[in-house]
Design a protein around this ligand. Structure first.
Ligand code: CTP
Length: 403
């Protein structure tokens, strides 16, 4: 499952590193959000090295990914350890001063907090009232341990041991075993993977001002880039005539023609290639340097030649996990899905993502519907929904097939 681990500013922050370790050992994906004060005690490098994921604190870090909302929405559990008296006050009042506050406002997941502070602070009427409010609202507030505190003093206020915190967190999951909670969007399962995505539609020049093109907008390819980035991949997008912006952290190479697209794919090192672009199958043999004029005959004949089949080249070269796309329409000979199955066998890509098109389906910022096939044309998965949801389903299939 995906755990958001909030760390607030107290000496006990170092114990949160052990909590993080335990959660990782249990197979969970943990994203740490330290507050600015927590970073006074344990630095960001520790959180990032142990979690393998970015550990940002500020709401305005990575704005294009809308992390202040997504992290909370996507979490299966939010655990804050240690939680200071000041943090409890903020939480009780629904304040969103930083990334952690925002994530807590945006989550519907169970929230568990492990307070740690001096006994006087823990017993203060304001803190007692805040704790009571949080408990009334269904938040699990772990009782602090009694013992030695930061200075020479001792009493209630000590952060419980990491194993107790982890056990209390699991207990808060409605009795469900943490392993059985389905996570729709994993964090970090593509960390260290270089993913190359082609997107948009190529344009093959006819003359100085005209081209042969297609109606692809690049939305699905760009959604794949966003999804792969969210999952920690190193992402490059080869964008053929796409007007959309890319997510932060994604490398973009703009191209126009199928030849430029082929060259960009060849020149970019990658472990996974997803060919979401609509690449022209034919291009004019000649491109006129000037604008072609009408010659009065009432017709114009263009001679077209086949373009390089980039996908086939990738499959033949080997060494990369290759995903193709097939936008198909049905006809008298076969259904759209049957055409896609035949194409999957012919193309030999590790996966072929089929989506039915025609009648307004498939192109632009509209929901998509896909069937993912393997190289034998067998169905691997189906997905429907926003292009981002479909992108994650494609990446789920990539992750499970690569291992
Ligand atoms: N593709 C490619 N190079 C081309 C044409 C297509 O790499 N010259 C890729 C597309 O990016 C897509 C997949 O191949 O991932 C399928 O594209 P499509 O045009 O459906 O395949 P074709 O083999 O051209 O089949 P058809 O005869 O149906 O056009």
């Amino acid at each position: 499952m995906r755990v958001l681990l909030g760390v607030t500013g107290g000496v006990a922050a170092y114990k949160a590193a052990i909590v993080l370790r335990r959660l990782k050992e249990d197979g969970h994906t943990v994203r740490v959000i330290p507050t600015a004060a927590a970073l006074q005690f344990v630095g960001r490098a520790t959180w990032e090295a142990l979690s393998g994921l970015p550990a940002t604190s500020d709401t305005f870090d990575n704005v294009p990914a809308v992390e202040h909302v997504k992290l909370g929405q996507q979490a299966d559990l939010v655990l804050v350890a240690p939680a200071t008296a000041d943090f409890l006050a903020q939480l009780a009042h629904g304040e969103a001063r930083d990334l952690l506050g925002n994530a807590l406002l945006a989550t519907r997941a169970p929230v568990v907090v492990a307070p740690a502070m001096h006994t006087e602070m823990w017993e203060k009427a304001s803190t007692r009232a805040n704790v009571a409010t949080l408990r009334e609202r269904g938040i699990t507030v772990i009782e602090p341990a009694v013992g030695r505190l930061t200075g020479p003093d001792s009493g209630p206020g000590r952060l419980p041991e990491p194993d107790e915190i982890v056990a209390a967190a699991y207990a808060a999951l409605d009795g469900k075993s943490p392993g059985t909670r389905a996570s729709s969007i994993p964090w970090g399962d593509l960390v260290g993977t270089r993913v190359l995505i082609t997107a948009g539609g190529t344009r093959e020049p006819i003359d100085a001002v005209r081209y042969l093109g297609n109606i692809s907008t690049g939305h699905q390819g760009f959604a794949l880039a966003e999804a792969a980035r969210e999952r920690g991949a190193d992402v490059t997008v080869v964008a053929a005539n796409v007007v959309l912006p890319v997510s932060e952290g994604v490398t973009r190479i703009d191209v126009e023609t199928s030849r430029e697209l082929a060259e960009a794919v060849r020149a970019t090192a990658s472990d996974v290639v997803i060919m979401a672009a609509a690449v022209a199958d034919f291009r004019p043999r000649e491109t006129a340097a000037t604008k072609i004029k009408k010659d009065g005959s009432g017709t114009l004949t263009l001679e077209l030649v086949e373009t390089e089949d980039i996908l086939r080249g990738l499959v033949e070269a080997g060494g990369r996990f290759v995903v193709g796309f097939a936008a198909e329409t049905g006809d008298d000979a076969a259904s759209a899905l049957d055409h896609a199955r035949t194409k999957a066998r012919r193309k030999g890509a590790d996966l072929l993502v089929f989506n039915p098109v025609g009648g307004g389906r498939g192109f632009g910022d509209v929901p998509n519907e896909v069937t993912i096939l393997d190289a034998q044309g067998e169905e691997v998965a189906r997905a429907a929904g926003s292009k981002l949801a479909v992108a994650h389903a494609v990446l789920d299939a990539v992750v499970s097939r690569r291992h």
